[in-house]
Design a protein around this ligand. Structure first.
Ligand SMILES: [Zn+2]
Length: 120
């Protein structure tokens, strides 16, 4: 989907460097996107909302419900970086603990801020 027809407008974490946190308790669905410098941390729920954005994730088999990934996007956005066709994923972990969804995401965000997950 192009940026012009995106229904989320400027509050879209895919087309803009906009931090977004959506957690639906009733369905245990979550999508959390946090931009940190040259990286973006994404928590997503299987099946992936971001499937169309992360072509590289399609090739893998996931069994856990939640995935946390870190992508190197430079000064761009998820959308612009994915259009480069480069391998962007720098970190991946998954879990099944909905009650821990925000803490698990924040832990990875903090690790990126500290430089622990990148430059490996
Ligand atoms: Zn958008």
């Amino acid at each position: 989907m192009g940026i012009e027809e995106c229904p989320e407008g400027e509050q879209c974490p895919i087309h803009h460097r906009y931090d977004s946190e959506t957690v639906e308790v009733s369905t245990e669905w979550a999508r959390i996107v946090t931009y940190v410098g040259d990286y973006v941390v994404v928590t997503d729920t299987n099946p992936f909302v971001l499937r169309g954005v992360f072509g590289q994730l399609l090739a893998r088999e996931y069994t856990d419900r939640y995935d946390i990934t870190v992508h190197e996007i430079g000064e761009g956005t998820l959308s612009s970086a994915c259009n480069t066709g480069l391998e962007l994923m720098r970190f991946h972990e998954s879990h099944d603990d909905f009650s821990n969804i925000i803490d698990a995401h924040e832990l990875v965000v903090e690790a990126v801020k500290q430089g622990w997950l990148v430059n490996q």
